[in-house]
Design a protein around this ligand. Structure first.
Ligand code: S3P
Length: 744
């Protein structure tokens, strides 16, 4: 049946030659969408021609090319690749003057060669194309007008291609719902040889190789899922693939040769029982598909809801009761991977944060040749390569949303023998990097940044760094850590003085790995020519994640919560001190030391909070906890004033502005100042707030709902997965009413 056309025709007459699956799906799609006044089908097979008309694929069909093409505006060639030259010859004989010719072949170079031979020149109205779509089914019976919807179609115009012809073909494909891209013929054939042709060759080849053996019956009897999955594509059309391999011979051979080399290396690794090589290949391969799609989309390591606004719906009320353990500390997880990678020996990490930021650090070191197993239930095994064992990554290192990865890693990369480029997602690409680039340059590093010192960073290898003393202009643990890490490679001594105490996980962990660091009041000093020795690391629960639940239990009625095994490193406990100043009923139990870090269980009960002036010296010690502390302030009696916190303006979002906006929407009196905020406690309403892709903002407003009078819808919450992947699950467990809003 011919459904009602929905579009204005783009062409008068479309001729589709070859009524196989692709040709007839294109014809039917164009016809159903009303993109052509008339669709004419051409096929050698009379049955296909008859069925094409019956199935509404074409208005009419014929066998005579001249007759079919008489009125054609566009001719679509949908025949096997090796039949193209003959067909083009027949079309050339028709001496058509302004007919656009396009095709759907999987190899483009071959088409151009054929056209050049036949026409003597490359016809300006020839627009080579290739839809990346298919189906297990074939023939006109399988015609499906939606086959190309949301699929890529690659157009490969040549230098003389007429722009109007290109636009016309593009519009036809777009009219079928396809995503049209354009690339050069050479690039197309190379990319497809790798991503499509080589896998098909391997599938056909493996099945045949196994089938030829004497014991083949046995092999097929025991062939399990792996064999079936790997060889599914060996069920494809042999004639079509025969054509493709012959037509794309050079590019396929190149890919095949490279793969044969890699296969030989794998073979040797097995023969020599080189488990490390095998583990390296397997651990990298396991995550590679997700990793590359993440990079292509320029997003953080978020698996779901790619382009959609992820909305948290936080319903008012609820309680906060029970016992929970929040995920591992983000700062410590990053550092464990970095130092473990640069250590000699195998480092085992437990309690690792399986959030996207820390995963970005794992991937960065994998890219540089470090074998890292896991994470599996918080366990990661890092096979250290030593301080000088990193290898050049195959391309730019993508770190998603993670500022810590980018800044700390820069210190290490500045001293390597190879160049690297570090890039990140949209949020990270706005954050300042001069704070590390400037002092690293003073040590001799060569670093290029985008304008205003933003990412991406290109760090040149082969530089000799020299140690220096640096007075940090801001209290930043990331800057301090970056320079200390660079200091492991710099001639002489490197020392950093901080204007106020910041988290000291780098210093502690360096000592844990046996690398001497001297800490003297606000100054940390390191020198080169020592080694890191692998160790065992137990990552405590992240106090910055626990903070959301501390505030939650304080502000909710009738609540008592125990947060287990929380890291209470004195450079991180600003949240506890500030909440206590505000009158929180909060106590530390079972304080103990685990692997050089203090840990405690934290008990919090419903509290009557009061507004306070936050002491300046506590600001760096609670730097990540302010968004949720602002919620505590909104629930407190009286005024809370924060000063000296201008750093909040350059976090994952401008946390002062974004919180002022959200709190104001909820009816809270909140005024931003250049370096802080003034909040008057009072009732919290409901409404729509925006997290601006900042994980801690999304979680803070989720907590606010405990005291809100109406639901709070929190837009742009997908980045919660960067630091706290099971946040919603734990909210549900303690009695909070936050969930992802179902999309209509
Ligand atoms: C971090 C340091 C802090 C903090 C960030 C993690 C670290 O950043 O906000 O979440 O792991 O060193 P600054 O160094 O920019 O203050």
């Amino acid at each position: 049946m011919h459904s009602t056309p929905s579009s204005v025709p783009i062409v008068n007459c479309l001729v589709v030659i070859g009524l196989g699956l692709i040709g007839s799906s294109f014809a039917k799609g164009v016809r159903d969408a009303g993109l052509a006044q008339e669709v004419v089908g051409v096929d050698l097979d009379p049955h296909s021609r008859k069925r094409a008309v019956e199935l509404g694929v074409a208005d009419r069909c014929c066998n005579d090319l001249a007759e079919a093409c008489k009125e054609a505006d566009v001719i679509m060639l949908a025949v096997p690749v090796l039949a193209l030259q003959t067909l083009l010859g027949q079309i050339a004989d028709l001496k058509l003057t302004d007919t656009i010719i396009t095709d759907v072949g999987s190899v483009k170079g071959h088409l151009l060669t054929a056209a050049q031979k036949v026409f003597g020149v490359l016809p300006p109205l020839l627009v080579p194309g290739h839809p990346i779509a298919g189906s297990e089914r074939s023939g006109v019976e399988a015609a499906n007008s939606t086959l190309f919807k949301h699929h890529k179609v690659i157009l490969t115009p040549h230098e003389q291609t007429n722009p109007d012809a290109l636009r016309c073909v593009q519009q036809l494909w777009q009219g079928l719902g396809a995503d049209v891209e354009s690339m050069s013929v050479e690039q197309h054939d190379r990319v497809l040889a790798a991503t499509s042709h080589l896998p098909h060759l391997l599938a056909f080849g493996l099945v045949d190789s196994l089938a030829k053996r004497n014991e083949n019956l046995e092999i097929f009897r025991y062939a399990a899922g792996g064999f079936r999955d790997f060889t599914r594509i060996a069920g494809s059309d042999p004639v079509m693939w025969h054509d493709i391999f012959l037509a794309n011979k050079d590019a396929v051979l190149q890919q095949l040769d490279q793969f044969r080399d890699d296969l030989d290396v794998l073979r040797n690794a097995i023969a020599e029982e080189n488990g490390r090589h095998l583990l390296g290949v397997f651990t990298r391969a396991r995550v590679a598909r997700e990793h590359f799609s993440t990079i292509l989309a320029q997003r953080a390591y978020v698996e779901t809801m790619l382009d959609n606004d992820l909305i948290f719906l936080a319903n008012p009320g609820g309680q906060v009761n029970g016992t929970i353990r929040v995920p591992g500390d983000k700062s410590i997880s990053h550092r464990a991977i970095m130092l473990g990678s640069l250590a000699q020996g195998v480092t085992e990490i437990e309690g690792f944060l399986e959030g996207e930021d820390a995963l970005a650090t794992i991937q960065a070191f994998r890219d540089m040749g470090v074998v890292i197993e896991g994470p599996e239930n918080g366990r990661v095994v890092v096979h250290g390569v030593g301080l000088h064992g990193l290898q050049a990554p195959p391309g730019p290192i993508y770190v998603g949303n993670s500022g810590t990865t980018m800044r700390l890693l820069s210190g290490i990369l500045a001293a390597q023998s190879f160049d690297t480029t570090l890039s990140g997602d949209a949020s990270l690409s706005k954050r300042p990097m001069n704070r590390i680039a400037k002092p690293l340059r003073e040590m001799g590093a060569v670093i290029e940044t985008a304008p205003e010192g933003r990412p991406p960073l290109t760090i040149r290898g082969g530089q000799r760094l020299t140690g220096m003393h640096y007075e940090m202009p801001m209290a930043s643990a990331q800057v301090k850590s970056c320079l200390l890490l660079a200091g492991m490679y710099a001639g002489g001594e490197t020392s950093v003085t901080e204007p106020a105490p910041t988290r000291d996980h780098t210093e502690r962990m360096l000592s844990g790995f046996g690398y001497p660091v001297e800490v003297n009041g606000p100054t940390a000093k390191i020198e080169s020519n020592h080694a890191l020795t692998a160790t065992h690391i137990e990552v405590p629960a992240d106090i910055s994640s626990a903070a959301f639940f501390m505030v939650a239990a304080c502000i909710a009625a009738d609540s008592e919560l125990l947060l287990e095994h929380v890291g209470i490193n004195p450079t991180r406990t600003g949240i506890i001190d500030i909440l206590k100043l505000m009158g929180a009923d909060l106590s530390l139990e079972r304080i103990r030391e685990v692997g050089g870090e203090l840990v405690a269980d934290i008990r919090v009960r419903s509290s009557r909070l009061k507004g306070v002036e936050i002491p300046l010296e506590l600001v760096p010690l609670a730097i990540d906890e302010f968004p949720v502390l602002f919620i505590a302030a909104a629930c407190a009696e009286g005024r809370t004033v924060l000063r000296g916190a201008e750093e909040l303006r350059v976090k994952e979002s401008d946390r002062i502005q974004v919180m002022v906006d959200g709190l104001t929407t909820l009816g809270v009196d909140a005024q931003g100042t250049p370096d802080g905020i003034i909040i008057e406690g009072g009732p919290i309403g409901g409404g729509e707030v925006w997290a601006h892709g900042d994980h801690r903002i999304a979680m803070s407003f989720s907590v606010a709902a405990l005291r809100a009078q109406a639901p709070i819808r929190i837009h742009d919450s997908v980045h919660v997965a960067t630091s706290f992947p099971n946040f919603l699950e734990l909210c549900g467990k303690v009695g909070m009413r936050v969930a992802v809003e179902e999309q209509a």
